[in-house]
Design a protein around this ligand. Sequence first.
Ligand code: J2J
Length: 526
Amino acid sequence: MKVAPWPQELIDRYRAQGLWRGETFDDVLRQRAADPQVATRTAVVDATTSLTYAELDEHVGRLAAGLVALGVGRDDRVLLQIPNQAEYVIVVFALFRMGALPVFGLPAHRENELVGIAGAADAVAIVSPRRIGAVDHRALAESVAAQVPSVRHLIDVDDLASVSADPIEHARSDPSEMAFLQLSGGSTGIPKLIPRTHDDYLYSVIRSNEVCGVTADTVYLATLPVAHNFPMSSPGILGALYAGGTVALTESPAPSVAWEMVQRAGVTMTGLVPPLARLWTETAEAGTDFDLSTLRTVLVGGARCPDELARRIGPALGVTLQQVFGMAEGLVCYTRLDDPEDVVTSTQGRPMSDADELRLVTEDGEIVTDGPGFLETQGPYTIRAYWADRSPESFAPDGWYRTGDVVELTPEGNMLVRGRGGDRINRGGEKVSAEQLEEELLAHPLVRDAIVVAVADKFLGERTCAYVIPADPEQPPTLPVLRKFVREAGLAEWKLPDVVKVIDGFPETGVGKVSRKQLRELLAQN
Ligand code: J2J
């Protein structure tokens, strides 16, 4: 399936420079499984399962055939809501093999998000477990299917055997076409769909491997939900598999669970959001009996890592820190393994590729040379439009992606991420749309008006604060009431308001017509 194309001149350049190699993800797995040096190595390990590359390939072949028999076709979209378990890798590569397109839903998504995503993607199937903890995911999938007519199949990830069949031949996918849909952490409620091609995504994985030193000896631990672009590809599970290394998966990032896996699988590398990096650092500083000596590199990103924390991570965990500033739309920046200490602990790194192009602009699109400014980018792994584009304003007229991030560049070219407009709250790496939450709150009968802003939080970096004007001042809505209301509207748990402040009016902005954006900015300053 085609994606919004890069200009021909860039296509020619990326190919001529060997950045786009004409390889597919299925080619990669087939080659690893066919290589006697790699076939018997451990590809994937989780709490209960361990698979060699040959075994992974076998499971993938059987599931791919089973999906075809079920009626899933090439280019069909399949929504995944799978926790971190070995089957994740089997399902994704089976879809790659038979040419259907995974859509990377998160286990934390609820009805509201899933209906939006499945509807926008016209998904034909949902793959999810029966339950995760107290949540009945089967019932969730059923209610999505009842609302989205394209959804014809509900597949239980814990019973893939019942779908599998004897392997068959499949047509090879076109490396320049869409491989899957990633989800944006965008400023609208329902995530936008990000079409990534085999060519562009594989390049980002291969280049990430170079920058992060991933080899066949790497054991990468995914503790963050693996659907996220960060643990998927920076360098993530796909980086480890590309290199013929090992992917370890845990469903919990808690030290007691994740460190048991570090010890058992000999984990060498992992990726964490700042709140988890803090938890790991403080737990290690307090003293631990777990042996973390195999761990060499910890990547931290998704939200700004405070310098104070960045300085403690390396010593506490006995690792080299790499900061990573990335986005599912493309551009990924890393600090380098041989960067001086102060660059690693106080910047968010620089673009991984020389072919990444950057510019900083004012709100009106004027170029600023020294910043701070809004970051715009184009390059060999940055998209030029969302799929079924609902937000052309995210792209400049010449196709550059408007990241929305305000950054400054150091004289050496490293990024200092300063924040972004008030429309999106970065809650420790999980993004919350102020606009979506406001809309949900406005639907509550006790709420006359609401504006959602970020407030600083030591652990998460930012939390959501809803300023609410009550419909009846005698009966102001409380935090538990509003949280319950938003939860029942089917929103993911991380989007519920953290703080509610009841006020009798919004501050004056001094401008005739007051935009919510201006109000958010004003309230955020208080
Ligand atoms: C400040 N803000 C950051 C950082 C991301 C690797 C790592 C992260 C993501 C990711 C990713 C930040 N400091 N170090 O896809 O491959 C904020 C920015 C950015 C947005 C993207 C990867 N690292 N951010 O977080 O698509 O605002 O990707 O535009 O979820 O997160 O969010 P997302």
